[in-house]
Design a protein around this ligand. Structure first.
Ligand code: WTA
Length: 658
């Protein structure tokens, strides 16, 4: 049986079915594109599917610099892959050093704009200098190859510098999104056994200060493995520096030696951990390694964004998410591109900010999230109309399904009807883009991520792993290993196996529902597990439930998502209180604040319902489907016969909502 898809998705499916608009690549775009016809796409896709090792070896040879060549392209002991076995290379070298011997040495690597409007440009030469200094500082702080380093920083160039410095010496970075709370930092520090935290005094968000160092201080009370903290002065706000533990960036990095050769590392050396939500238990540390990840990020950046040397490329993602890793930092820099970073919020000082940045820096390629597009579109088309957006030549989206209306708005209002849109489907676990149009080749249809990238062999299957017919919904799986795939869950290989490789034996289980149409186009329907997609960010219902239950007033909690115009999904919590506690609106606020303190502001419930009991099956499983209906304000669809206590449902409907 195909499980209940989130309500938002089932609505999307019906509108997808009506979609018959199709847009071929504009001729002017096609003329310059690296891959410029459907037949060329199909030829290469078939070649990569039939001879993946040959395909990837050729790409590895032409795109990356190696200090030692591989003995074998792939060692595949399902579910464990090793790519480019025996080879050595360095990611930081590939992203920085190798451009220094070319004309790119003085090309802008990073163009940065702060929230207040100040800008900085780092050429590849500048970047090299900073990365070397930072890497030497890491060494002087005792960090060695294989140590884990947590990075909790605002979106400033030093964040990319810190990542590249770790990669340079073989330390494994663990970037924690700056919106996460002290609790979340501590969890990640402990799971990763991090020895060092790199942070800043604070960051700017909508004109306010985010107390990053203070959060780290609180986290370190519960992070026994962390020995040192490296602190960048960003805002100048007051912070406490603990003697012997905390050092300033300007006292160390700025004074460090420029000489730091990149260490040749094994192709499977752990490059980074990135924690993401799964349907059960604590966040999972997704492990990505060196060569395969870099190759996947590099090739997809080059072809999906059709990167050219004269492009100014802007991916608006925070580097705290995988999109920022692969498509702000590693993919673009490995290609020698100019990547733009913007520190702040899209609505600061007003909703024109993105377009002001596009105009100011003459951005050519813009890659953002549907939630941002929806929020901006809602403010009216007259805002973008005030800016000169004619520099744009390509638009991209990622993170959640994009509704066709939003897609059309993006195309017409932002792209002036001139720019192809690449709707890119992928995951933290996949490392890089998996399903997306190639903008000079693939005709696009609003709402579809279109067709798989080279070397990626997806399928839509039923619960038994059998391929379903065209236009039937099913589970999206990937049938062959690919270079950027996660290698394991840090410290929990069993979970890696059960979560991704056991539901349907022999294939990678994405956790997304999808369908494939008659033309082989993929339509992603959203998560089929208990993971919410709020503003393009994955949150597990389980984590929010655990946060609620950790409050002494709460006996039991169930969290579900409901469709939300801007965020995609919003969070609704059903809470049963301890017998001694009574419901009140103050308590609702207290619980909301508690969730924010445990996880971060993005987990704040949209509403909290107090209830005497939760609807459960006789076997004790919470019937989330019913809760979803209530949260969405719908009549219950479907079967309630397994419900243990019918009266619960009626009581829930009567319970007051905030
Ligand atoms: C969803 C973000 C529809 C999907 C790169 C996936 C999408 C989850 C798309 C991964 C898209 C991502 N269309 N859905 N173009 N891109 N998703 O790990 O449910 O933060 O499984 O990686 O986002 O989220 P993650």
């Amino acid at each position: 049986m195909f499980p209940d898809p989130p309500a938002a998705s089932s609505k999307a499916i019906s509108s997808f079915l009506k979609e018959d608009r199709s847009f071929p690549p504009p001729a002017a775009f096609q003329a310059r594109a690296a891959i410029n016809s459907v037949s060329e796409y199909e030829r290469l896709w078939n070649y990569a599917a039939e001879q993946p090792e040959r395909f990837w070896a050729e790409q590895a040879e032409s795109l990356l610099s190696w200090t030692r060549r591989w003995d074998r392209v792939l060692d595949w002991q399902i579910p464990h892959a090793k790519w480019f076995v025996g080879a050595k290379l360095n990611v930081s070298y590939n992203c920085v050093d190798r451009h220094l011997t070319t004309w790119r040495k003085n090309k802008a690597a990073i163009i940065w704009e702060g929230e207040a409007g100040e800008t900085r440009v780092l050429t590849y030469n500048d970047l090299h200098r900073e990365v070397c200094r930072c890497a030497n500082t890491l060494k002087s702080l005792g960090i060695k190859k294989c140590d884990r380093v947590t990075i909790y920083m605002p979106l400033v160039p030093e964040l990319a510098i810190a990542m590249l410095a770790c990669a340079r010496i073989g330390a494994t970075h663990n970037v924690v999104f700056g919106g996460f709370s002290a609790e979340a930092i501590a969890d990640r520090n402990n799971d990763a056994q991090a020895r060092l935290v790199i942070t800043a005094d604070g960051g700017w968000r909508r004109g306010g200060l985010v107390p990053l160092k203070q959060n780290v201080d609180a986290a370190l009370l519960k992070s026994p493995t962390v020995e040192k903290v490296l602190v960048l002065r960003r805002t100048g706000q007051e912070v406490t520096m603990q003697e012997g533990r905390d050092v300033w960036w300007h006292d160390t990095v700025d004074k460090a030696s420029l000489d730091c050769p990149a260490e040749p590392l094994d192709s499977e050396h752990p490059l980074f951990l990135l924690y993401t939500s799964g349907s059960t238990g604590k966040p999972k540390g997704i492990l990505h390694t060196t060569a395969g990840y870099l190759l996947h990020a590099t090739l997809t950046s080059k072809l999906v964004f059709d990167l050219k040397d004269d492009d100014t490329y802007w991916c608006t993602a925070d580097v705290g998410w995988v999109t920022g890793h692969s498509y702000v930092v590693y993919g673009p820099l490995a290609n020698g591109a100019t990547t733009l970073m913007y520190e702040g919020a899209p609505n600061h000082p007003d909703w024109g900010r993105f377009w002001q940045i596009v105009e100011r820096h003459r951005v050519n390629i813009l890659y953002t999230a549907p939630t941002a597009i929806r929020a901006i579109a809602r403010q009216g088309s007259d805002i973008p109309a005030r800016y000169d957006l004619t520099s744009l030549r390509l638009l991209g989206t990622v993170g959640e399904p994009i509704n066709p209306e939003t897609w059309m708005w993006y195309r017409d209002v932002i792209g002036g009807g001139r720019c192809p849109i690449v709707d890119t489907w992928w995951q933290t676990e996949t490392g890089g883009i998996m399903i997306a149009p190639l903008p000079g080749a693939t005709p696009t249809i609003p709402g579809s991520a279109t067709r798989p990238f080279f070397g990626i062999v997806p399928d839509i299957v039923d619960i038994h792993g059998k391929s379903v017919e065209a236009d039937q919904g099913g589970f999206l799986v990937i049938k062959k290993p690919w270079p950027g795939m996660l290698r394991t869950i840090w410290g929990d290989d069993e979970r890696f196996k059960t979560q991704y490789w056991s539901q349907i034996p022999g294939v990678y289980f994405t956790g997304d529902g999808a369908r494939r149409d008659q033309n082989g186009y993929y339509w992603i329907m959203g998560r089929i597990d208990d993971v919410l997609n709020v503003s393009g960010h994955r949150l597990s219902t389980m984590e929010i439930e655990s946060a609620l239950v950790s409050h002494p007033a709460v006996a039991e909690a169930a969290v579900v998502g409901a469709p939300h115009d801007l965020k995609g999904e919003s969070i609704h919590a059903f809470v049963t209180l301890e017998a001694s506690m009574s419901a009140s609106s103050e308590l609702k606020s207290v619980l909301a604040v508690h969730v924010v303190a445990q996880i971060g502001a993005l987990a704040r419930p949209e509403s909290i319902y107090f209830t005497e009991a939760l609807p459960k099956t006789r076997s004790g499983k919470i019937m989330r489907r019913l809760l979803r209906d209530i949260a969405a304000g719908r009549e219950s669809r479907g079967d309630t016969t397994t419900l243990e206590d019918y009266s619960v449902l009626a009581k829930l409907r009567d319970s007051e909502e905030t």
